[in-house]
Design a protein around this ligand. Structure first.
Ligand code: VGL
Ligand code: ZN
Length: 213
């Protein structure tokens, strides 16, 4: 079969936040989130370089509704850097919920980026925290490794994957979204908005056959 993409040394598969809390039964379950696990396992075999992100919050994190008296999950608050959705407690540092899904089988992962570690700033994007200014170091890592293209999969399409894709484009990387290996939270039309924003930013959408899979 012809494959449209032949990821080489310049390409990274970035596996976003496939953690227990984002899978069915977890604290912030993404519908059907665990369905991406076997797809990502297959996909990773087509990539020389694979990295992962891990949402990794302290228990007193400002994105948790319980840390805002009177507020409920999925309401929003104004924080110093702008509007922030309040989430159920999820991906607490060191908890089972923060662990990667047990069926992920990615022995060649080279790099794990933990994000959302600062109490006062959430971090959807793997490049910048939600203040849009505090870098995570990922852009520097990619540049130092001479990687120019990032292929994205994981959870959730409309939050962490979307913000990562947009920041990657803004930083000058080519970005390919592998839709079949992503699932969304879809809060108030956020999935449609994310697809539109990514398309406008020049994110290319791929399916599994593009990798000969
Ligand atoms: C995420 C909400 C809160 C994600 C992380 O991984 O998309 N969403 N924290
Ligand atoms: Zn989070």
């Amino acid at each position: 079969m012809m494959s449209k993409f032949r990821p080489g040394d310049e390409a990274l598969l970035l596996v976003v936040d496939i953690q227990n809390d984002f899978c069915p039964g977890g604290a912030l379950a993404v519908p059907d989130g665990d369905a991406v696990v076997p797809v990502v396992n297959r996909l990773a075999a087509a990539f020389p370089h694979v990295a992962m992100t891990q949402d990794w919050h302290p228990i007193d994190h400002r994105s948790f509704a319980v840390n805002h008296p009177g507020k409920k999950p999925y309401e929003t608050v104004a924080l110093s850097y702008g509007e922030q959705v309040l989430w159920p407690v999820h991906c607490v540092q060191g908890s089972d919920g923060a662990a990667f899904h047990a069926k992920l089988d990615l022995p060649r992962v080279e790099f794990i980026l933990r994000k959302g570690c600062r109490r006062d700033i959430d971090s959807y994007s793997a490049f910048f925290e939600n203040d849009r200014r505090t870098p995570t170091g990922l852009a520097g890592y990619l540049r130092e490794r001479s990687m120019t293209r990032i292929f994205l999969c994981g959870l959730a399409t409309d939050f962490c994957v979307n913000f990562t894709a947009l920041d990657a484009r803004a930083a000058g990387f080519e970005v390919v979204l592998i839709d079949a290996a992503c699932r969304a939270i879809d809060l108030n039309g956020s999935l449609q908005a994310a697809h539109k924003a990514m398309a406008e930013a020049g994110v290319v959408v791929a399916d599994m056959s593009d990798f000969g899979l």
